[in-house]
Each structure stands twice: as C-alpha cells, then as structure tokens.
Write a protein that binds this ligand. Structure first.
Ligand code: G6P
Length: 472
C-alpha cells in the first residue's frame, strides 16, 4: 500500500526544553489541524524539525521515539544550520524577498550552501521512508529545493508542493543570485499550489522570464514533464473556533475581560512578531484615531497580542524595540487613571482565551504590509457566533481576495486606516450582521479540510494525467 508523507520545516508538535526535561506540545497551527487526519492515518508520516537544538544522541533518540508513536519523523538541525539555514537563508533572504522587503534581504553564499545542505538532509530523511509509489507533500519556502531533489531519487513518486507565503513579482525573484536553482527546485513537483491566482501568475511569469519555460492554462511544460500550477486558498478548522466560541469557558473569559476593561470597546490585533504584519503602522494609525476623534478616548482600547517569533534575526529584534517604544509613548500620552489606550501582550495565548478575545472585540485589525493568506482574519470570523463585529483587512493579505465584505484598506495609509476604525466603530449592527454572515458562509465552506481534500485530489489527478500522457 502506498503512503502519504508530509514534509515541512516544523513538525506539528513543538518540543521544548524546560529546566531538565523535554515537553511535547501539539501545535495549534492551521496546517497541523488540516493535515492531522492524513498523517495519522495508516502508515503515513510527517517529516520535520522538532524546533529545538538537541545536543546529545540519547536525547535525539528519545525525541525520535516519542514522535514516532505519533506518526512523525524528526530532522534534527545543528546550531550552525539553525543560524545559516533557518535564521539565514530562509528568514533573512527568502522571507523578506518574497514579502517585498528586499531592503532587508541578505545574500550570503554560506547561507545558500546551508540551505542546499539542509534541503538535502530533509531529502535523505524522506527517502528513508518513501517507496516508489508514495505521495509526498512538501510545504513552504524553507524547502523550495526539495521537490526536485526528491524527483531525482524517486522519479515515479507523486510530489506536491504548497507555498504558504506570497510569491512576488518576478522582478523581486530575479534579484536573488540563486533564482534559477530555486525555481527548478519547485518544478520537481507534479502540482504546485499557491493561496491566490496573483501569486500563481507571478510564479508562471518568473518561470517564463527566468528559465524560459512556457506555460499554458497553469501547465508548465518542462523538457521532461508537465507541472500543474493552481490556487488553493487555505482555510481554518471553522467548527473548532465556532464551538470554542460557544463554550462556557470562552464566555466566562470574555465576561472577565469585559469587566476588567470597564466596558471599554475593543479593537483587537493578533500577530506573530513580524515586520510584514504592519504592527508599528497599525499603532500609529490608532494614535491618529485618538488625535482625530477625541471622543473615542476613554471609550476604546486596542488589545494587541504579539506572539514572539524569530527574535534572533536582527530585524525582528529591532521591531520588538520599536513596538515597545511606540506602545509606551502612546500610552504615556493618552492614558488616564481608569483607561489604557493599548493593552499589549508579548506572548502566546491558549485557544479559549484567544477565542474569548475574538468574541469580545468589536473590530479586528488585520493589516499586514504583505501576507500569504492570514488565518487570524478567518478565525475572528468563525468566532463571531453572534454575527456582530467588523473586520478591517489589508488589501495585501491573501485573505482579501476572498473576504470582500471586510473593510478593505491600504495598510500604509495611516489616515485611511484611522477612518476605517472610526467607520467600524459606528457601523450599524444590521450592516455588521450582513457582512459577517456573508463572510462566515464562505469561511465555513472552504475550511482547512476542504483545502486539504482539494489539493490532494488535484495531486492525484496530476499523476493520472502524467501517466496517461506517458502512455499516449
Ligand atoms: C509562517 C510560515 C510558516 C512558519 C510560520 C512560523 O506562517 O509560512 O512556514 O512555520 O510562519 O514561523 P517559524 O519561523 O516559527 O516556523
């Protein structure tokens, strides 16, 4: 029987070191949920990095054994690989380039070499598990070379690739010294998926401009194979958010927060620490709201959660300082004894508390400078079981292609964002309900399980197509 192998940089379980012991925590991430039903089935397996640096082989063996019991196979990274592959090429070269922050990108040959070596390491780990007829689904920008590496070793395998971040204009891709290798790496797959048609078009034009390989209707004709390319906007586990939002625990938390905030109206912002998320710009826009509309002072608070991330990368550390400084300055200027303009948390929250905040918030600010999709927008919608609340959404998030009933803004336009917050706060309930109901229908239908199924079905189809063409 053939098996399905999922490969991503991070495993769906986070292994952490606390004092002398190791803890294993399932990740709350959307990908882990969506693929949960696949990798745990039959003989299937998920290959990835457990997220920490492991010093001893005893510890490696122990972790591998624990993970094996839950259908996972770890790829361990050395300290140098974490620095050069993860913080280096993945997050200081590819991440800024693909999010149109080319001014932050570094181009280090050593980082590139580590990227090639780690992709090979992942390839070896997969080859140990994969038979000739297996299906391998590779995820995201950390593993762009892996599809072609696998293709070389297992020509008959069915290989899918999905990119979770934007694919930018070929003008940005061509800046990369290793652009051709990266594109060829992706083309080792049978099916390449993106969140939006825009990203897909950019990819096809990069393949044509940089590699000179033409495509027609989303089919790239390489000299040896046809590669299908398509858009698959990712969804969330809608029911999980809807059910959690209806739970007594979430309602109790919401009540507690409401009392603690003395009934102030809440604008909510939730992100991983990242310069792509527009966090600093959002703070300045909130300050502008308080300046332009003094009537909102003491009436509205911004609750801002920033989840720590990649803080060893210099730009992230600098952003953390900028946020600390902005929050301090705005709060110091506007706060009163009984009211805080901004409630800022730099940590992650458990699901029930997160959902309680979604319930509580009248407005959610999802205003990234660039974002592949943004699932926070969808989680907010799924948690609004009373159909009230307004989503303010950046036109540069992939989610904006689907959620046209949000207030869509340009996140660099602080004035527009301040006005959008004001409009959201005065929006009649009837209009809120209309917009929310429409968005809920869409997010409920295209949930993460529908996304997984669509991709897997299309991948199976791509293989049948290849086989038919080969025999014609
Ligand atoms: C984004 C990427 C993922 C990544 C996640 C967290 O969503 O698309 O591939 O896993 O950020 O970032 P981290 O660097 O902590 O894995």
């Amino acid at each position: 029987m053939s098996r399905t192998i999922i490969v991503s940089n991070r495993l769906p379980t986070k292994v952490q070191r606390t004092d002398d012991s190791l803890t294993f925590q399932p990740s709350e991430g959307g990908l882990a949920t969506g693929l949960g039903s696949i990798y745990r089935e039959d003989d299937n397996v998920w290959v990835g990095w457990p997220g920490l640096f492991v010093e001893t082989t005893e510890e490696e063996e122990y972790i591998a054994e624990q993970l094996r019991a839950d259908s996972m196979a770890p790829v361990f990274l050395t300290e140098a690989e974490i620095r050069d592959f993860y913080e280096g090429f993945s997050n200081s070269t590819l991440w800024p380039t693909f999010h149109y922050f080319a001014q932050y990108a570094t181009y280090e040959q050593e980082h590139w070499e580590a990227y090639v070596a780690v992709n090979e390491k992942f390839c070896q780990a997969v080859l140990e598990l994969a038979g000739p007829d297996d299906t391998i689904w590779v995820h995201d920008y950390q593993l762009l070379l892996l599809p072609e590496m696998l293709r070389q070793q297992r020509p008959e395998c069915t290989i899918g690739f999905f990119l979770h971040i934007p694919f930018p204009s070929h003008e940005l891709i061509r800046v990369l010294p290793w652009r051709a290798e990266l594109l060829r790496g992706m083309l080792g797959a049978d099916l390449i998926g993106f969140h939006t048609f825009g990203y897909m078009r950019h990819f096809l034009s990069a393949v044509s401009q940089i590699l000179g390989i033409p495509s027609l209707n989303g089919q790239v004709e390489t000299p040896t194979r046809t590669v299908l390319v398509d858009a698959f906007p990712m969804g969330i586990d809608y029911k999980r958010y809807e059910q959690t939002a209806s739970s007594e625990t979430a309602q109790q938390h919401e009540q507690d927060y409401r009392e603690a905030l003395r009934e102030a109206r809440v604008i909510l912002s939730i992100d991983r620490l990242d310069y792509t998320k527009g966090i600093a710009q959002r703070l300045r826009a909130f300050e502008l709201l308080l300046q332009r509309y003094p009537e909102w002072r003491e009436q509205v608070s911004l609750v801002m959660l920033v989840v720590p991330s990649r803080d060893q990368v210099p730009q992230y550390a600098a952003l953390k300082e900028e946020i600390d400084e902005l929050v301090g300055r705005i709060n110091a200027q506007y706060r009163t004894i009984s009211w805080n303009p901004i409630h800022y948390f730099y940590r992650s929250f458990p699901l029930e508390e997160l959902v309680a905040l979604y319930r509580l918030a009248e407005v959610a600010l999802v205003t990234p400078m660039r974002d592949g999709m943004n699932l926070v927008a969808k989680e907010f919608i799924a948690s609004k079981v009373d159909q009230r609340g307004v989503l303010i959404l950046s036109e540069r998030a992939g989610a904006a292609r689907e959620l046209s009933d949000a207030i869509i803004i340009n996140p660099t336009d602080a004035g527009q964002l301040a006005e959008a917050m004001h409009d959201a706060l005065v929006m009649p309930e009837e209009e809120q309900t209309q917009r929310m109901t429409a968005m809920q229908a869409l997010v409920r239908q295209y949930d993460v399980f529908a996304w997984t199924k669509l991709f897997m079905d299309r991948l199976a189809y791509s293989k049948i197509k290849q086989l038919t063409m080969a025999t014609e």
